[in-house]
Write a protein that binds this ligand. Structure first.
Ligand code: DQA
Length: 149
């Protein structure tokens, strides 16, 4: 029997363009490098994982709904939908899966419209401004939380 924790990592729009996209803000490492951070961290933590990226709000809502009863925890970077999506917030509320929010950049020190995050209303913790290493921090935090620590 496989009783490893199962974690779902969701990345929103334009994160597939990491490296190319505004490197002065998001760094020069690409999306594959982000996936490597997740893979290495999950291997070290001994968890199962799936990484999902979509540029479409409804697809992200579908993925969160499908996570119900399957995944123990979610790490999400909703990207631009962070600041606009009640639908993603409601999906996370509906499935009630412990969720950690991550942002590569420090959303609090950028344009005013980035300061508000819908997902922060449900996230147990937010990591922002640590680059792609923020995913490692988010996964480690989530696993400790799920273990009850
Ligand atoms: C982001 C910050 C958002 O404001 C932006 O729209 C993104 C990426 C980040 O990881 O820093 O696409 O979520």
């Amino acid at each position: 029997m496989n009783n490893k924790m199962k974690l779902l990592i969701i990345n929103g729009p334009n994160l597939n363009l990491l490296g190319l996209r505004e490197p002065h803000i998001y760094g020069t490492q690409n999306y594959a490098a982000l996936c490597s951070v997740v893979e290495d961290t999950c291997a070290a933590l001994g968890t199962q994982f799936e990484i999902y990226q979509s540029n479409h709000e409804g697809a992200i809502v579908d993925k969160i709904q499908e996570a119900y009863g399957v995944f123990d925890g979610i790490v999400i970077n909703p990207a631009a939908y962070t600041h606009t999506s009640v639908a993603i917030l409601d999906a996370l509320k509906a499935v009630s899966i412990p969720t950690v929010e991550v942002h590569i950049s420090d959303i609090n020190s950028r344009e005013p419209f980035r300061k508000f995050s819908y997902v922060s209303l449900i996230a147990i913790k937010t990591f922002a401004g640590h680059g792609i290493e923020g995913y490692k921090m988010a996964l480690e935090y989530l696993v400790e939380h799920l273990k009850g620590n």
